[in-house]
Design a protein around this ligand. Sequence first.
Ligand code: UDX
Length: 452
Amino acid sequence: MRVAIIGTGYVGLTTGVCLASIGHRVACLDTDQTKIAALKNGKIPIFEPYLEDLLADSQHNLEFTSSYAEAIPGAEVVFIAVGTPPTPSGAPNLEFLSQAARSIGEHLDNDFTVVVNKSTVPIGSGNWVESLLRDACEQRSDRRGPEFAVASNPEFLREGSALHDSLYPDRIVIGADEPRALEVLYTLYRPILDQTFPAPTYLPRPETVSAIPLVSTDLASAELIKYAANAFLALKISFINEIGLLAERVGADISEVGRGIGLDSRIGPRFLNAGIGWGGSCFGKDTAALIATAGEYGLHLPIVEAARKINCRQRDRVVEKLLHELKILKGRSIGLLGLAFKPNTDDLREAPAIEIAQKLIDRGVRVKAHDPIAAERFCREHGKIGVQLCRTPYEVADACDALVLVTEWNEYRDLEWECMAKRMRNPLVLDGRHALDREKLQRAGLRYLSLC
Ligand code: UDX
């Protein structure tokens, strides 16, 4: 099928490359011509494992453009995957979405086109996008007006494993109030639903994956599924972090508690890793948007609000712990291991490291940091904070009064901790992710603390 993708960010680029890899002809559009020029040369603007490989293997089915006149005519499916960044009120900024909808409406030219909201959009946006498309079509000279329908197809991909989550998803959710739209999307996703596409060698099909469940529902339900899923995942993390507070008081091991409850098939073991908590562009934005949408209906969501409050508190607890251990923070040197909001990405959006660094600097601390991938982006985007970036974790340790593990990159687990201890002024490590081996660090001469 012929597909157009509007927006080549994490979601749009991943979706476009995956659909091209399973045989569809995909035109990816972005108004950022620099990004498009790089993509035409096979260079991707984000760090996502294997995305550049899959792009190279699928380039015969891919084209990149900044022109709606090139991308839209003839497309049977148009995905809107533009940013919907949060506004101060928590409601998402829909400026990019409305611009994309209008431009699509002006260029639609096919018997029937399904316009799909792939970006996370407020519940009810499907109808709003449809009205924008209708308006744009009505202003065209050819009054016949193309046939189209709007659908929702929320993404559930995690950065760092975006391709795996796209090719081998737990489920595909499509929402539309028009049956024809659901049929078109079913055809589009058939190779993934039936897992009949040839698996890339570098992204082998997991043995446990066979047919993929399809949730085919109405627009509002599909839009709410996305928000409810992210809110629940965020809540699960905040829940284990709240229990971690009590575990610390009673001398329990929160990792053991997480393991013990996670073995219950009704709870499940994932997203129960206690520590600094969540960052990233989704959980914070989507929980805020959900609360804002509820507010429009005069509703409060105390559970979702509590998840956000607990998550914010975890960052403060890093500073409180360091203050308790070091008594005085002013003039101290503290090193952060990891800057990205999670491993295997260079994404710094809502990264806990940024807020923690700022809080420490505000208290007169000299902050040093290392990140194997995100350091360059940190320098570009947050160079003004005043963090001293180091080339290696050992450089971070030099003359430091404490180290904080903020992002659990694998390389930090295998450091020469004896060497780290010798280089530090005060051999103290605060493990913000329960990712380090307590006994190993203690044998290396370090005082080991966990966040909860
Ligand atoms: C998330 C959702 O998982 C995905 O379905 C959605 O489409 C986009 O948002 P992502 O933000 O890429 O994906 O990362 P994820 O792996 O979910 O982690 C989010 C945050 O939670 C990270 O900061 C991570 O460090 C933190 N986390 C995750 C925990 O603190 N504990 C855990 O057990 C798991």
